[in-house]
Design a protein. Structure first.
Length: 195
């Protein structure tokens, strides 16, 4: 699926949960859901995120950059014993060396990235950021489960799994899904600000 669809599904998922939160907390939750909804695709050199980050958009450059950044985080983990740095460094290296819809689209990927977010959210007392991140990340995995390529949920073991019902990436149904999620999100946003 396209990045814009993943982001809009993240918004729709986040805003659904945020209905019972204060406006400030709802904003944190939905913002984190947007971030969580695009993180799984950082394993693709041409993803929405990597379009802004990588100077050269290919697998080798992605592997080098993410591995170097991961090693830097591991170095700081060794220096400071800050566990979140070690986990993030490990996750970035695995992201760099795995193929698209591999590590970041797995239980291991969501566990490592959400653990980092949980540690940071706890440290800075913004627990709604953790909830939003997990909601957005899960919305991404569920959406990609319905694509032809599926997801390798048990990475590094096993093959990709996908739904018998398929959504063509960039197809008309995906566009309808994007529009529906956008309209739903606007409606729910109106309910939040009206309160």
């Amino acid at each position: 699926m396209k990045g814009k669809t993943h982001m809009m599904l993240g918004v729709a998922s986040g805003i659904t949960v945020a209905l019972n939160f204060s406006a400030d907390n709802a904003g944190i939750l939905v913002g984190s859901a947007i971030i969580g909804s695009i993180i799984p695709d950082i394993d693709h050199p041409r993803s929405t995120f990597n379009q802004k980050v990588l100077l050269i958009k290919n697998k080798i450059y992605k592997a080098i950059i993410y591995s170097i950044i991961g090693i830097i985080f591991l170095h700081f983990f060794i220096e400071t014993n800050e566990k979140s740095l070690g986990i993030l460094g490990t996750a970035l290296i695995l992201t760099g060396v795995s193929n698209h819809r591999g590590f970041t689209h797995s239980l291991l990927g969501i566990f490592l990235y959400s653990t980092v977010i949980k540690m940071l959210a706890t440290k800075y007392n913004i627990n709604d950021a953790y909830l939003g991140f997990v909601i957005g990340y899960m919305s991404h995995l569920i959406a990609d489960y319905f694509t032809r390529g599926g997801i390798r949920i048990f990475y590094p073991f096993g093959k990709a799994i996908s739904s018998p019902l398929k959504i063509k990436a960039g197809g008309k149904f995906e566009e309808l899904l994007f529009i529906s999620a956008a309209l739903y999100s606007l409606y729910r946003f109106y309910q939040i600000i009206k309160i």
